[in-house]
Write a protein that binds this ligand. Structure first.
Ligand code: COA
Ligand code: ZN
Length: 240
């Protein structure tokens, strides 16, 4: 593997440019590395050219952030996290140790990504073409993932390329997400199936009897912790 230009920036972050890494599609971003003075970046983190880091964000040991990725304000990026080329990360996002966020993923504000979660980008991966040559950027297609505001991805979960995880939805530990997840839905398992519904605060919603609502519940529901009220119909769960 060829390792490209290596240089040290003033401050603690190390930047490595022009380094190939797996199946990503280089954006060619050649903007400077911009780290807000109030952000904290561990000296062992690798931040490439064109990365920006917002105010109050913490980036821990051995994080790798590739060219053109943008990290918002007040984020916490845990040890050994990988963030690929051009990935936009919102504000107040927590990404736990060793999570992998590939090119084509969009992470909105307030998202939680558990340890070792994997957000993929290629539905039908191949290392080589049909004629045996190494597959290049043009030989594969990115299927984007969107993690909407407030969503949580459990430890070790895999989100298959092309899926959207809705606002304030929760994906259980170890799930394999193969379908879009509606707002406020709770899904788990392989393939991930809906177990029920969750509040803005993450608590499971209950029905009029006080019992947790099932995945096929229709009608009123509320949060036993913060008393927020919801209306559920089919795949839609909205504040009432
Ligand atoms: C999905 C989750 C929210 C469900 O929690 P819960 O509502 O307390 O669920 P319960 O323990 O009552 O389990 C309900 C059923 O779902 C099953 N279940 C729970 N979590 C599951 C998971 N992650 N995958 C598959 N099945 C799961 C249980 O086995 C149980 O099945 P049963 O009814 O056949 O016995 C929780 O288990 C989870 O995975 N949270 C994410 C934790 C995480 O990754 N945190 C990251 C930070 S460290
Ligand atoms: Zn609540």
């Amino acid at each position: 593997m060829t390792v490209g230009r290596l240089y040290t920036r003033a401050g603690s972050a190390r930047a490595i440019a022009d380094r190939p890494s797996g199946q990503c599609d280089p954006t060619g971003a050649r903007r400077p590395l911009v780290i807000d003075p109030t952000a904290r970046v561990h000296p062992s983190a690798d931040l490439e050219a064109g990365v920006s880091v917002g105010p109050g964000t913490s980036i821990w040991q051995r994080v790798q952030i590739r060219s053109g990725a943008t990290i918002g304000a007040e984020c916490v990026i845990g040890r050994d996290v990988f963030i690929d080329v051009g990935v936009p990360i919102g504000s107040r996002v927590k990404i736990q140790n060793a999570a992998l966020v590939y090119h084509g993923v969009t992470v909105e504000d307030g998202v939680f990504i558990g340890p070792n979660a994997i957000l993929t980008n290629d539905r039908f991966p191949r290392a080589i073409t049909a004629t045996g040559e190494l597959a290049r950027a043009d030989d594969w297609e990115v299927s984007p993932i969107v993690l909407r505001t407030g969503a949580s991805i459990g430890a070790g979960a895999v989100v298959v390329a092309g899926m959207t995880v809705g606002r304030f939805a929760t994906v259980g530990a170890g799930a394999v997400v193969t379908r879009d997840v509606p707002d406020h839905a709770l899904v788990a398992g392989n393939p991930a199936r809906r177990l029920g519904w969750v509040c803005y605060c993450g608590q499971r919603l209950v029905g009029p009897t006080g019992a947790r609502v099932a995945s096929d519940h229709a009608g009123a529901a509320r949060c036993p912790r913060c008393d927020a009220a919801f209306d559920i119909a089919g795949d839609a769960c909205v504040t009432s």
